[in-house]
Design a protein around this ligand. Structure first.
Ligand code: ATR
Length: 285
Protein backbone atom coordinates (compact mmCIF):
# COMPACT_ATOMS: atom_id res chain seq x y z
CA UNK A 1 0.00 0.00 0.00
CA UNK A 2 1.34 3.48 -0.85
CA UNK A 3 1.20 6.43 1.51
CA UNK A 4 0.95 10.15 0.81
CA UNK A 5 2.93 13.09 2.14
CA UNK A 6 0.15 13.62 4.67
CA UNK A 7 0.36 10.08 6.08
CA UNK A 8 0.19 9.50 9.83
CA UNK A 9 3.41 7.84 10.95
CA UNK A 10 4.19 5.88 14.10
CA UNK A 11 6.98 3.49 14.99
CA UNK A 12 7.92 0.39 16.94
CA UNK A 13 11.18 0.87 18.79
CA UNK A 14 13.23 -2.05 20.02
CA UNK A 15 16.52 -3.92 19.73
CA UNK A 16 16.36 -6.11 17.86
CA UNK A 17 13.13 -5.14 16.16
CA UNK A 18 13.17 -7.29 13.04
CA UNK A 19 11.09 -10.00 14.75
CA UNK A 20 8.46 -7.53 16.01
CA UNK A 21 4.91 -8.20 14.92
CA UNK A 22 3.57 -4.66 15.28
CA UNK A 23 4.32 -3.52 11.69
CA UNK A 24 2.41 -6.52 10.35
CA UNK A 25 -0.42 -6.09 12.86
CA UNK A 26 -0.90 -2.37 12.24
CA UNK A 27 -0.30 -2.84 8.51
CA UNK A 28 -3.20 -5.30 8.36
CA UNK A 29 -5.55 -2.83 10.06
CA UNK A 30 -4.34 0.16 8.03
CA UNK A 31 -4.98 -1.70 4.77
CA UNK A 32 -8.33 -3.02 5.98
CA UNK A 33 -9.52 0.46 6.97
CA UNK A 34 -7.88 2.27 4.03
CA UNK A 35 -5.99 4.64 6.33
CA UNK A 36 -3.16 6.76 4.94
CA UNK A 37 -0.53 5.79 7.50
CA UNK A 38 2.32 3.47 8.44
CA UNK A 39 3.97 1.95 11.47
CA UNK A 40 7.68 1.60 10.82
CA UNK A 41 10.31 -0.49 12.62
CA UNK A 42 12.87 1.62 14.49
CA UNK A 43 15.91 -0.43 15.48
CA UNK A 44 17.42 1.53 18.39
CA UNK A 45 20.31 0.09 20.39
CA UNK A 46 19.94 0.16 24.20
CA UNK A 47 22.76 2.72 24.53
CA UNK A 48 21.11 5.00 21.96
CA UNK A 49 17.69 5.21 23.55
CA UNK A 50 17.31 8.70 24.96
CA UNK A 51 14.96 11.62 25.36
CA UNK A 52 16.72 13.20 22.37
CA UNK A 53 15.86 10.28 20.09
CA UNK A 54 12.24 10.22 21.24
CA UNK A 55 11.85 14.02 21.03
CA UNK A 56 13.42 13.89 17.56
CA UNK A 57 10.70 11.53 16.39
CA UNK A 58 8.10 13.79 17.94
CA UNK A 59 9.55 16.82 16.13
CA UNK A 60 9.58 14.82 12.91
CA UNK A 61 5.82 14.39 13.14
CA UNK A 62 5.50 10.88 14.55
CA UNK A 63 2.23 10.31 16.45
CA UNK A 64 3.96 8.07 18.93
CA UNK A 65 5.90 4.85 19.22
CA UNK A 66 5.29 1.37 20.48
CA UNK A 67 8.16 0.26 22.67
CA UNK A 68 9.51 -3.21 23.11
CA UNK A 69 12.47 -4.94 24.74
CA UNK A 70 14.87 -3.56 26.00
CA UNK A 71 13.43 -0.03 26.19
CA UNK A 72 10.26 -0.43 28.27
CA UNK A 73 11.71 0.84 31.56
CA UNK A 74 13.67 3.70 29.94
CA UNK A 75 10.51 4.73 28.10
CA UNK A 76 8.64 4.75 31.43
CA UNK A 77 11.28 7.08 32.86
CA UNK A 78 10.99 9.66 30.10
CA UNK A 79 7.18 9.82 29.87
CA UNK A 80 5.49 12.76 31.59
CA UNK A 81 2.20 10.99 32.37
CA UNK A 82 1.48 7.32 33.07
CA UNK A 83 -1.64 5.16 33.25
CA UNK A 84 -2.30 2.75 36.15
CA UNK A 85 -0.95 -0.26 34.26
CA UNK A 86 2.27 1.60 33.49
CA UNK A 87 2.71 2.66 37.11
CA UNK A 88 2.08 -0.88 38.34
CA UNK A 89 4.47 -2.35 35.77
CA UNK A 90 7.13 0.37 36.06
CA UNK A 91 7.37 -0.03 32.29
CA UNK A 92 5.56 1.23 29.20
CA UNK A 93 5.03 -0.30 25.78
CA UNK A 94 3.37 2.76 24.25
CA UNK A 95 4.48 6.39 24.08
CA UNK A 96 1.85 8.77 22.73
CA UNK A 97 3.05 12.20 21.57
CA UNK A 98 0.63 15.02 22.31
CA UNK A 99 0.47 18.38 20.52
CA UNK A 100 1.18 20.08 23.86
CA UNK A 101 4.63 18.46 23.82
CA UNK A 102 3.76 16.05 26.62
CA UNK A 103 4.61 12.38 26.24
CA UNK A 104 2.10 9.93 27.64
CA UNK A 105 3.38 6.51 28.71
CA UNK A 106 0.95 3.63 28.71
CA UNK A 107 1.19 -0.09 29.24
CA UNK A 108 -1.26 -1.98 27.06
CA UNK A 109 0.15 -5.45 27.78
CA UNK A 110 -2.18 -5.92 30.74
CA UNK A 111 -5.29 -4.56 29.00
CA UNK A 112 -4.37 -6.67 25.96
CA UNK A 113 -4.10 -9.79 28.09
CA UNK A 114 -7.37 -9.00 29.90
CA UNK A 115 -9.16 -8.45 26.57
CA UNK A 116 -7.79 -11.72 25.21
CA UNK A 117 -8.95 -13.62 28.32
CA UNK A 118 -12.40 -11.99 28.08
CA UNK A 119 -12.61 -13.01 24.43
CA UNK A 120 -11.60 -16.60 24.99
CA UNK A 121 -13.04 -17.34 28.44
CA UNK A 122 -15.82 -14.80 28.99
CA UNK A 123 -16.18 -11.56 30.97
CA UNK A 124 -16.55 -13.22 34.36
CA UNK A 125 -13.95 -15.95 33.92
CA UNK A 126 -12.04 -15.03 37.08
CA UNK A 127 -14.38 -12.58 38.82
CA UNK A 128 -14.14 -13.21 42.57
CA UNK A 129 -11.77 -16.13 41.99
CA UNK A 130 -8.08 -16.98 42.36
CA UNK A 131 -5.54 -16.57 39.54
CA UNK A 132 -2.08 -18.15 39.66
CA UNK A 133 0.74 -16.17 38.04
CA UNK A 134 3.84 -18.21 37.23
CA UNK A 135 6.92 -15.97 37.19
CA UNK A 136 7.95 -12.64 38.67
CA UNK A 137 9.34 -10.59 35.77
CA UNK A 138 7.78 -7.79 33.72
CA UNK A 139 5.26 -10.10 32.10
CA UNK A 140 4.13 -11.35 35.53
CA UNK A 141 3.30 -7.75 36.46
CA UNK A 142 1.12 -7.40 33.38
CA UNK A 143 -0.59 -10.69 34.26
CA UNK A 144 -1.37 -9.47 37.80
CA UNK A 145 -2.78 -6.18 36.46
CA UNK A 146 -4.92 -8.17 33.99
CA UNK A 147 -6.26 -10.29 36.87
CA UNK A 148 -7.12 -7.04 38.70
CA UNK A 149 -8.88 -5.69 35.57
CA UNK A 150 -10.95 -8.89 35.37
CA UNK A 151 -12.08 -8.62 38.99
CA UNK A 152 -10.09 -11.53 40.46
CA UNK A 153 -10.25 -11.82 44.26
CA UNK A 154 -6.75 -13.24 44.67
CA UNK A 155 -3.51 -13.42 42.73
CA UNK A 156 -1.11 -16.18 43.73
CA UNK A 157 2.48 -15.71 42.58
CA UNK A 158 4.84 -18.62 42.30
CA UNK A 159 8.39 -18.18 41.05
CA UNK A 160 11.65 -20.13 40.94
CA UNK A 161 13.27 -17.36 43.02
CA UNK A 162 10.75 -16.71 45.78
CA UNK A 163 12.42 -13.47 46.81
CA UNK A 164 11.56 -11.88 43.43
CA UNK A 165 7.90 -12.87 43.85
CA UNK A 166 7.88 -11.32 47.35
CA UNK A 167 9.32 -8.11 45.93
CA UNK A 168 6.80 -8.07 43.11
CA UNK A 169 3.85 -8.62 45.44
CA UNK A 170 4.98 -5.77 47.74
CA UNK A 171 5.47 -3.46 44.77
CA UNK A 172 2.05 -4.24 43.29
CA UNK A 173 -0.01 -4.33 46.50
CA UNK A 174 -0.69 -0.55 46.66
CA UNK A 175 -1.87 -0.52 43.03
CA UNK A 176 -4.15 -3.56 42.85
CA UNK A 177 -7.39 -4.73 44.46
CA UNK A 178 -6.93 -8.53 44.57
CA UNK A 179 -5.20 -10.05 47.60
CA UNK A 180 -1.64 -10.86 46.55
CA UNK A 181 -0.12 -14.05 47.94
CA UNK A 182 3.25 -15.68 47.29
CA UNK A 183 3.33 -19.47 47.22
CA UNK A 184 6.25 -21.87 47.27
CA UNK A 185 4.19 -24.99 46.82
CA UNK A 186 2.52 -25.57 43.44
CA UNK A 187 -0.19 -27.87 44.84
CA UNK A 188 -1.27 -25.16 47.30
CA UNK A 189 -1.21 -22.47 44.61
CA UNK A 190 -3.19 -24.63 42.19
CA UNK A 191 -5.93 -25.69 44.62
CA UNK A 192 -9.23 -24.07 43.60
CA UNK A 193 -7.60 -21.71 41.05
CA UNK A 194 -9.73 -20.57 38.11
CA UNK A 195 -6.84 -19.59 35.86
CA UNK A 196 -3.08 -20.02 35.57
CA UNK A 197 -1.08 -17.46 33.59
CA UNK A 198 2.39 -18.63 32.58
CA UNK A 199 4.85 -15.74 32.17
CA UNK A 200 8.28 -17.33 32.68
CA UNK A 201 10.84 -17.78 29.95
CA UNK A 202 11.16 -21.49 30.75
CA UNK A 203 10.26 -23.45 27.64
CA UNK A 204 11.39 -20.77 25.20
CA UNK A 205 14.06 -21.37 22.57
CA UNK A 206 13.98 -25.11 23.04
CA UNK A 207 14.68 -24.99 26.81
CA UNK A 208 12.64 -27.39 28.96
CA UNK A 209 9.26 -26.05 30.05
CA UNK A 210 8.01 -25.99 33.64
CA UNK A 211 7.20 -29.45 34.89
CA UNK A 212 3.95 -28.78 36.74
CA UNK A 213 1.50 -31.45 37.78
CA UNK A 214 -1.64 -30.11 36.10
CA UNK A 215 -3.76 -32.71 37.92
CA UNK A 216 -3.58 -30.38 40.94
CA UNK A 217 -5.77 -27.84 39.13
CA UNK A 218 -9.57 -28.01 39.21
CA UNK A 219 -11.09 -29.67 36.11
CA UNK A 220 -12.73 -26.41 35.03
CA UNK A 221 -9.58 -24.28 35.33
CA UNK A 222 -8.01 -22.51 32.35
CA UNK A 223 -4.34 -22.08 31.45
CA UNK A 224 -2.94 -19.15 29.49
CA UNK A 225 0.58 -18.95 28.09
CA UNK A 226 1.63 -15.48 27.00
CA UNK A 227 4.23 -16.90 24.62
CA UNK A 228 2.98 -16.91 21.00
CA UNK A 229 5.90 -18.56 19.29
CA UNK A 230 5.27 -21.48 19.23
CA UNK A 231 1.52 -20.91 19.39
CA UNK A 232 0.97 -24.11 21.31
CA UNK A 233 3.73 -24.29 23.92
CA UNK A 234 4.50 -27.66 25.56
CA UNK A 235 2.69 -26.42 28.70
CA UNK A 236 -0.44 -25.47 26.71
CA UNK A 237 -0.35 -28.83 24.97
CA UNK A 238 -0.30 -30.64 28.30
CA UNK A 239 -3.12 -28.42 29.58
CA UNK A 240 -5.23 -29.21 26.50
CA UNK A 241 -4.55 -32.93 26.93
CA UNK A 242 -5.58 -32.61 30.60
CA UNK A 243 -8.92 -31.16 29.37
CA UNK A 244 -8.33 -27.60 30.59
CA UNK A 245 -9.41 -24.53 28.61
CA UNK A 246 -6.33 -22.96 27.00
CA UNK A 247 -5.45 -19.46 25.81
CA UNK A 248 -2.36 -18.79 23.67
CA UNK A 249 -0.32 -15.59 23.51
CA UNK A 250 -1.53 -14.39 20.12
CA UNK A 251 -4.74 -12.92 21.54
CA UNK A 252 -2.74 -10.69 23.91
CA UNK A 253 -0.49 -9.60 21.07
CA UNK A 254 -3.45 -8.59 18.89
CA UNK A 255 -5.39 -6.85 21.65
CA UNK A 256 -2.42 -4.89 23.04
CA UNK A 257 -2.18 -3.22 19.63
CA UNK A 258 -5.74 -1.84 19.71
CA UNK A 259 -5.11 1.18 22.02
CA UNK A 260 -1.86 1.94 20.18
CA UNK A 261 -3.64 1.97 16.83
CA UNK A 262 -6.36 4.24 18.24
CA UNK A 263 -3.75 6.67 19.56
CA UNK A 264 -1.68 6.68 16.36
CA UNK A 265 -4.31 6.52 13.65
CA UNK A 266 -7.55 7.75 15.28
CA UNK A 267 -9.69 4.69 14.49
CA UNK A 268 -10.66 1.60 16.47
CA UNK A 269 -9.50 -1.64 14.84
CA UNK A 270 -11.07 -5.03 15.41
CA UNK A 271 -9.51 -8.29 16.48
CA UNK A 272 -10.98 -10.86 14.10
CA UNK A 273 -10.37 -14.44 12.99
CA UNK A 274 -9.00 -13.00 9.71
CA UNK A 275 -6.36 -11.07 11.64
CA UNK A 276 -5.44 -14.17 13.66
CA UNK A 277 -5.12 -16.19 10.45
CA UNK A 278 -2.89 -13.48 8.95
CA UNK A 279 -0.56 -13.52 11.96
CA UNK A 280 -0.56 -17.31 12.25
CA UNK A 281 0.58 -17.48 8.65
CA UNK A 282 3.45 -15.11 9.44
CA UNK A 283 4.37 -17.21 12.49
CA UNK A 284 4.57 -20.29 10.32
CA UNK A 285 7.16 -18.27 8.38
P1 ATR B 1 10.11 -10.81 31.66
O1 ATR B 1 10.30 -9.39 32.07
O2 ATR B 1 10.03 -11.03 30.18
O3 ATR B 1 8.98 -11.47 32.39
P2 ATR B 1 12.38 -11.69 33.32
O4 ATR B 1 12.32 -10.51 34.19
O5 ATR B 1 13.70 -12.14 32.82
O6 ATR B 1 11.49 -11.56 32.00
O7 ATR B 1 11.65 -12.88 34.07
C1 ATR B 1 11.71 -14.17 33.59
C2 ATR B 1 10.90 -15.07 34.52
O8 ATR B 1 11.05 -16.41 34.07
C3 ATR B 1 11.37 -15.03 35.95
O9 ATR B 1 10.25 -15.21 36.78
C4 ATR B 1 12.32 -16.24 36.01
O10 ATR B 1 12.49 -16.77 37.28
P3 ATR B 1 13.61 -16.17 38.29
O11 ATR B 1 13.00 -14.94 38.89
O12 ATR B 1 13.83 -17.24 39.28
O13 ATR B 1 14.82 -15.88 37.44
C5 ATR B 1 11.55 -17.19 35.14
N1 ATR B 1 12.36 -18.28 34.60
C6 ATR B 1 13.27 -18.20 33.61
N2 ATR B 1 13.79 -19.42 33.35
C7 ATR B 1 13.19 -20.30 34.18
C8 ATR B 1 13.29 -21.70 34.41
N3 ATR B 1 14.12 -22.48 33.68
N4 ATR B 1 12.49 -22.26 35.35
C9 ATR B 1 11.64 -21.49 36.08
N5 ATR B 1 11.51 -20.17 35.92
C10 ATR B 1 12.27 -19.56 34.99
Amino acid sequence: MTISGAARIAGIMGWPVSQAFSPRLHGFWLAQMGIDGALVPLPVRPEDFSTVVVRGLMKAGFRGVSVTIPHKEAAFALAHDHDLAARAAGAVNLLVFHDSGRIEGRNTDATGLAASLRDELGDDCVRGKAVVVLGAGGAARAAAVAAHDLGAAEVRFINRTKYRADQLASHLAPHLKPTLVVHENWAHAAAGAALVIHTTSAGMKGAPSLDLDLAKLPDDAALCDIVYNPLETPLLKRARERGLKTVDGLGMLMHQGVPAFEAFFGATPRVTPALRAHLEEALRG
